[in-house]
Design a protein. Structure first.
Lengths: 432, 310
């Protein structure tokens, strides 16, 4: 009998081991070999240069490192980023390449990897980019956890890194300064929370509930909301988290129903945000629900269906580019990117792809000015990116701010009839 | 909601969630009783069943957009496809995974099922990717209210289906020849063989039956909590815990174990901390193992464990 008990406990320990062993294994077997997905155009480099009259001489290709989560839980963000990267690099190379400071044309050779939505894997591929591929600059890091994980690696190696993830911890060092080698293109969570606050104030709300995914993205967004609501005189009467991958929120929503919150703020991506919204509606809540920019792609509307109606969220202007007033300085750039992406991939571009667009275009500007020198690229990014019209916003990067975009680059969007609708600031009180 | 309404809501949510664990646990028990194996790919049956049903019921594109499917068959047909597909997978698993290893120890056969679950999960990932999928609710109507708790129509479907499955299984095992043959080969395989029962075929039937139960569970929860490729592992583990709570061999114990587990989870997540939802399950498992090896419901389990080679 005792033997049997021991054996059974052995099985259970085995089960525990499976949980720990399979948790990483459960995250993707790669559906794409993680080999570098080089832009096809790059291999045609020698013949690609224009032959018109005073054709600049052709130089060595410039290497560009990139890593995105094209598989795993955040792949719905990472895939458009990788696609955008491929598209922009192909376009640059098809146009002859980058005219470097040496007066020669350089093709851009893209070294791109998949980190499988896994922070550990992200560090591995970044080490590979730096040590084996010897790239002078890196763009990527789809999820905040991936981006944060590689800060130390790029800092030690002295390679500038332009992140496409949004957590403020990516650029903010613990001592209050900016991480020397790290920049990022998505807006901070703070201005997102500021827009949410403006909306609450327009309604005269004073008590809200806040729920977020328990990772770097959710925690940062929740902290930003806490910060702005404390200053704005709004009380967060209930705050809670859930693990990434959770799809049953009945317990949390029930707890929220027991409070006197008049709105719910959600900090999540579509994987959790969509089921949460569906269950929120199923439980018959009558208070409005406002998300953050994490749900700004088609997957959210597709999976949440009718429950998505009336959901609000602040995000960059791309989603509603055609609805913006013509006076908006970003409108032309946004429409161009949308058209290019649609031509190549036959589907609408997402904000996340836009973050990659900003990153690679900044690097292109740096290549043109200073060539493939890591330290010089870093200095260029920190000092020379001013009034840079991008997809995510108009960038003014400085030593004090490695993101460089604020609340003006964001708009409030409402989901209506399965589509995104631009809400002008003077209409906040009327939505949803 | 007042605190008492909240409590009612936690219990309703717990019972809904627990019904799924119960269906998975029933699958575990069926296979265990007939073959002595704890089939850790039980949760994958739920995932595969649900994904097949989703695929024929709505527009999806498989293999990263390479294979668009737009059949949009009616729901009952989709459920049938999901269940039959899972049954096929279950039978293939038995025929090509378990049977070739029939001379190995039970423990090795359990390891085969763990391997199969990882392989199946990988295949689902390849075909359907990482996005969460949803089925439309079976009946669209306003949720009901009971003691202030909201009961969605889908929850009723979940609970009703579990009830039907339990009663159906009871009659199947009690009153049909096949059910009796299954019980016979579980009670005494040698005698069963002497009576002309093909015990190997009974294993096949057990796997098919468990796959059907798992697939039903997976399909019926998809409208409320979505389906993702990696859901199977957790479902297997929760079902396993429910099975142990119910005393390993008792179908009714498994159902009660599942319902209890779901309720405990829901209450703990709501009243203590939602971040540790899954952790509570394993606390429950350890408590059950330490305090009552025979499960909360079952009694004569030491014998059963012995038979299982545990």
């Amino acid at each position: 009998m005792r033997d049997k008990r021991r054996a059974l406990l052995g099985i259970v320990t085995g089960v525990a081991l499976i949980i720990t062993a399979c948790a990483p294994a459960a995250t993707p077997a790669p559906t794409q070999p993680p080999a570098p997905t080089q832009a096809p155009a790059a291999t045609e480099a020698p013949v690609g240069a224009p032959t018109e009259v005073p054709a600049p001489e052709e130089g060595e290709p410039y290497l560009l490192g990139a890593f995105f989560s094209t598989t795993g839980p955040v792949s719905s963000l990472g895939q458009p980023e990788a696609d955008t990267m491929t598209m922009v690099v192909e376009a640059i190379n098809a146009g002859g390449g980058v005219l470097g400071p040496d007066g020669k044309l350089h093709q851009v050779e893209l070294k791109m990897y998949d980190d499988q939505s896994d922070a550990t894997k992200a560090v591995e591929v970044v080490k590979k980019l730096i040590d084996e591929d010897k790239v002078p600059v890196i763009v990527g890091g789809t999820g905040s956890p991936s981006s944060i994980a590689v800060i130390e690696t790029v800092t030690t190696a002295g390679v500038p890194f332009v992140s496409v993830a949004s957590s403020s911890k990516i650029v903010n060092a613990a001592d209050g300064s900016q991480n020397h080698w790290v920049f990022k293109t998505p807006q901070q969570n703070l201005p997102v929370a500021q827009v949410q606050l403006d909306w609450m104030k327009a309604h005269g709300f004073t008590k809200v509930a806040s729920i977020g995914v328990n990772n770097a993205f959710g925690a940062d967004s929740m902290a930003a909301l806490n910060q702005v609501t404390a200053d704005g005189g709004i009380e967060i009467v209930w705050e809670g988290t859930f693990e990434p991958g959770t799809t049953d929120f009945s317990s949390q929503l029930t707890a929220i129903a027991g409070t006197d919150a008049v709105a719910l703020v959600v900090h999540a991506t579509p994987g959790e945000g969509a089921p949460l919204t569906v269950q929120f509606r199923d439980l018959g809540f009558e208070i409005p629900i406002i998300h953050n920019h994490g749900i700004g792609n088609r997957a959210f509307i597709d999976t949440a269906g009718a429950s998505a109606e009336g959901v609000l969220f602040p995000i960059g202007k791309l989603l509603v580019a055609s609805q913006l007033p013509d006076s908006d300085p970003q409108k032309a750039t946004l429409l161009q990117y949308l058209a290019d992406y649609d031509n190549k991939y036959g589907k609408p571009a997402s904000t996340f792809g836009g973050h990659a667009w900003d990153g690679v275009m900044m690097v292109k500007a740096a290549f043109e000015a200073v060539g493939p020198d890591s330290a010089a690229i870093r200095d260029f990014l920190e000092t020379k990116i001013t009034n840079f019209v991008g997809i995510s916003g108009i960038f003014n990067i400085s030593a004090e701010d490695h993101t460089g975009i604020g609340k003006e680059s964001l708009v409030l969007v409402e989901i209506k009839d399965g589509d995104w609708v631009f809400v002008p600031p003077d209409q906040y009180a009327n939505v949803p | 909601m007042t605190p008492s309404e909240q409590l009612a809501q936690y219990i309703v949510s717990g019972i809904t969630q627990g019904s799924i664990y119960a269906l998975i646990a029933l699958g575990f028990v069926t296979i265990f009783n007939v073959t002595g194996i704890i089939n850790f790919s039980q949760g994958e049956f739920a995932v595969i069943g649900a994904f097949l049903a989703i695929t024929v019921a709505q527009k999806v594109s498989l293999f990263r957009g390479q294979l668009p499917v737009a059949l949009e068959w009616p729901l009952p047909l989709a459920i049938l496809v999901g269940v039959l597909g899972a049954i096929l997978v279950g039978m293939l698993l038995y025929r090509f995974g378990i049977q070739p290893a029939r001379h190995a120890s039970v423990l090795s056969q359990i390891v085969v099922t763990i391997g199969a679950s990882i392989a199946l999960r990988g295949m689902v990932l390849l075909a359907w990717g990482t996005d969460p999928y949803r089925l439309a609710p079976f009946t669209a109507a306003k949720p009901l209210r009971l003691f202030g708790a909201v009961i969605t129509r889908q929850s009723l479907w979940v609970m009703g289906l579990t009830f039907v499955a339990v009663v159906g299984l009871y009659f199947f095992f009690r009153f049909t020849m096949l059910g009796k043959a299954l019980r016979a080969s579980s009670a005494n395989p040698d005698a069963a063989r002497l009576m002309g029962i093909n015990t190997r075929r009974m294993g096949l039937v057990a796997f098919a039956l468990s796959a059907a139960l798992g697939a039903l569970g997976g399909i019926v929860i998809t409208p409320s909590i979505f389906m993702t490729y990696d859901r199977g592992l957790m479902l297997s583990l929760k079902g396993f815990v429910a099975m142990i709570m119910g005393g390993l061999t008792d179908p009714f114990g498994a159902v009660i174990g599942g319902l209890l587990l779901g309720t405990v989870e829901s209450l703990a997540a709501g009243l203590i901390s939602s971040g540790y939802r899954d952790a509570f399950t394993f606390v429950v498992l350890f408590l059950v193992l330490l305090l009552r090896l025979g499960g909360l419901v079952g009694r004569k389990t030491s014998q059963e464990l012995e038979r299982a080679g545990l």
